[in-house]
Design a binder for this molecule. Structure first.
Ligand SMILES: Cc1cc2nc3c(=O)[nH]c(=O)nc-3n(C[C@H](O)[C@H](O)[C@H](O)COP(=O)(O)OP(=O)(O)OC[C@H]3O[C@@H](n4cnc5c(N)ncnc54)[C@H](O)[C@@H]3O)c2cc1C
Length: 407
């Protein structure tokens, strides 16, 4: 491992890899990325649902999405790795007047920024997502350019491109200390040695608060467990219902007619008022839902006792799930900030220390643009992006708008 570097990046998830890539693109390759695990992308990045959407409530997040989705669309050509990006859209189902009013404001803002978002009736929602039960749904929004991509592919794509340009990636290397002299970060201490540097980038995801504390900083990022469940097609479940079609999600009626009981596409459906969401994942359906009683903590043990509550909501929206078997589940950590917005940029209290963390459960999709703007800010280029909504110092400044579409 190098003993000195222009930049040390802490964390080998999608954020750290994206920053490394964007430095390399700018010709800055005396960079070391350190990751404590044996593999990259095993933190939040390796546990996420792969969702990519324009439909946020904060303008700065929509701007991150616009830029990021442009790169996702050309990722293989530009970065060199396939990312299995399917733009089958995001469908938000809204069941309360408050949600509809809130989405009216955000759709107007999204359209002003050039994003094509449609308002749909519940009947139209069923047409694009067959199998849905839209009882109680007042309205829906749909953006066809939203979609699903492969988080591992994106991270490895960025990392490989950075590495082949000269960035050093050190796995099995934990950062245990950050040296500070006269208000400036000067070195990073790791389990594989010490690296002198003028720039430290904290890309440690849900652990970023602890990494910042190594430098004496108080950064409000808290880990919050979230689950994902995988349901197999109904014909694989024990109490199986005869089905036809090549994906197992088509049902044959007594009269021989067939109808689809789950979407054939990978459309992401979000029941906004309950936070239940699902999308097709290969032959299966991936689904999840937030638990309002979950307390902050690093535990990622799967809580199977949650499943009955999730399934109760799930079968109201996608009734076929009642006939399926949940084959497996995992839990990962959201990296929550108090306002649901990330922290990207320099830290005023410590020169040479930069944050790119706290994406509050929607960071994968923003990694391309977030890494680009941070790399520009560090090398002194104009990021052409107003970073003030992402500044750490906003929390001390008092009330400000946060992200309302954290699901
Ligand atoms: C269940 C679930 C579903 C999600 N769904 C979506 C989705 O659909 N769309 C979306 O955009 N986002 C989603 N997210 C959020 C997304 O996964 C995160 O926002 C994103 O992965 C954050 O990336 P990161 O690189 O900041 O963090 P991470 O991927 O956690 O990477 C941080 C890395 O830092 C390393 N590290 C920590 N401390 C140290 C240390 N001291 N020394 C060295 N290395 C260290 C860790 O090992 C880790 O690899 C979801 C998250 C979860 C949990």
């Amino acid at each position: 491992m190098r003993k000195t570097a222009d930049v040390v990046i802490i964390g080998g998830g999608c954020m750290g890899a994206s920053v490394a890539y964007h430095f390399a693109r700018r010709g800055l390759t005396n960079v070391v990325l350190v990751e404590r695990e044996p593999l990259l992308a095993t933190g939040s990045t390796g546990r996420n649902a792969g969702g990519v959407r324009h439909q946020f409530s904060h303008e700065a997040n929509v701007r991150l999405s616009i830029e990021s989705i442009r790169l996702f669309e050309r990722f293989e050509e530009v970065v060199g790795t396939a990312i299995d990006f399917h733009q089958d859209g995001y469908l938000f189902l809204l069941s309360s007047e408050e949600s509809v009013a809130e989405f009216r404001a955000s759709v107007e803002m999204q359209r002003r920024l050039g994003v094509e978002v449609a308002w749909l009736s519940s009947e139209q929602a069923c047409e694009i997502a067959p199998g849905l039960d839209t009882g109680g749904v007042l309205a829906a929004t749909f953006c066809a350019r939203d979609g699903i991509a492969d988080p591992n592919g994106v991270t490895m794509g960025f990392a490989r491109a950075a590495q082949s340009a000269g960035v050093e990636i050190c796995r099995n290397t934990e950062v245990t200390g950050i040296e500070v002299r006269t208000g400036r970060a000067t070195a990073v201490v790791t389990t594989s040695g010490r690296i002198e540097t003028a720039v430290v980038v904290n890309a440690a995801g849900p652990w970023a608060g602890g990494v910042a504390a190594l430098a004496g900083l108080d950064v409000p990022i808290r880990p919050l467990r979230r689950h994902i469940f995988i349901a197999q097609p109904p014909h694989l479940a024990a109490a199986h219902t005869p089905s036809s079609g090549n994906d197992g999600w088509v049902r044959t009626g007594a009269d021989g007619s067939t109808h689809r009981v789950a979407p054939a596409t990978r459309i992401m459906v979000i029941d906004f008022d309950t936070t239940f969401y699902f999308h097709r994942e290969g032959a299966n359906v991936l689904f999840g839902m937030g638990d309002p009683n979950e307390a902050f903590g690093f535990d990622t043990t799967v809580r199977w006792d949650l499943l009955p509550d999730v399934v109760e909501v799930a079968v109201r929206r996608l009734p076929v799930l009642a006939d399926t078997a949940v084959s497996h589940a995992w839990a990962g950590l959201y990296e929550m900030t108090p306002d649901g917005m990330p922290i990207i940029g320099p830290v005023a209290a410590l020169r040479g220390f930069f944050m790119i963390a706290g994406f509050s459960g929607h960071g994968f999709q923003h990694s391309p643009a977030a890494g680009r703007v941070l790399a520009d800010a560090i090398v002194g280029a104009d990021p052409k992006f107003d970073l003030s909504p992402f500044a750490l110092e906003r929390f001390a400044r008092g009330p400000h708008a946060g992200e309302g579409h954290v699901v």
